[in-house]
Design a protein around this ligand. Structure first.
Ligand SMILES: [Zn+2]
Ligand SMILES: [Zn+2]
Length: 203
């Protein structure tokens, strides 16, 4: 018989997993429920981490693809211009042109703004779709909060946003640049390089 260090129950030796590192040859936690529950949680957390890593890589990949496309367009200006000219004569093209003129005007009036829907989703995802401020329990809907405020020259980019709930967002003064995101070691290789990137999560 042996006492499980987790549930403190006395159980026969066969109820403990084999473990060569222990003097008696058996682990310190009983098979069920203690060790099996621990293993299940460990696997779940790992799977979550893997998912996150893949998610981040996909984002990076999509961004890199957009860059490559842009490089191609820059190199093939004439071809692209000809295509655009043809497209802009169609009804769909005309509508798109009006829309893009509006977008462009809005963008020029603002700061650097590259935050995509996917990036914002990821940022919320790593914070469990909750407010990033530690201990916040309002449960209120989260909003995009700029760590360095736009009015202070901050940008609307992935690296400058965090999810804060409405009340926390409004409590934060406009000169405050507290970063509530918790960095943790979910790293992934940046697309096409060996550079390691970190993503934020309170997992
Ligand atoms: Zn136990
Ligand atoms: Zn909050």
């Amino acid at each position: 018989m042996k006492i499980c260090l987790k549930c403190k129950e006395e159980k026969p030796l066969e109820d403990f997993p084999k473990n060569k590192r222990q003097k008696d040859g058996y682990g310190t936690w009983c098979k069920t429920p203690c060790k099996s529950e621990y293993d299940r949680q460990y696997r779940q957390k790992n799977a979550e981490r893997e998912r996150l890593r893949k998610q981040a890589w996909n984002l990076e990949n999509a961004e890199r693809k957009a860059e490559v496309n842009k490089e191609w367009r820059d190199k093939n200006r004439d071809k692209v211009n000809a295509n655009v000219a043809r497209y802009s004569k169609t009804p769909k093209g005309k509508a798109a042109k009006t829309q893009s003129r509006h977008n462009r005007r809005a963008r020029l009036a603002e700061v650097e703004s590259t935050l995509t829907k996917a990036q914002w989703w990821l940022m919320q995802y790593v914070h469990d779709f909750k407010c990033a401020k530690p201990g916040c329990e309002t449960g209120a809907q989260v909003e995009v909060e700029h760590i360095v405020p736009i009015s202070q020259g901050g940008s609307n980019t992935f690296s400058n946003v965090q999810p804060l709930c409405g009340p926390c967002n409004r409590k934060k003064s406009f000169i405050d640049s507290t970063d509530y995101r918790r960095k943790m070691r979910i790293s992934y290789k940046a697309y096409g390089s060996n550079e390691e990137r970190l993503i934020w999560t309170n997992m």
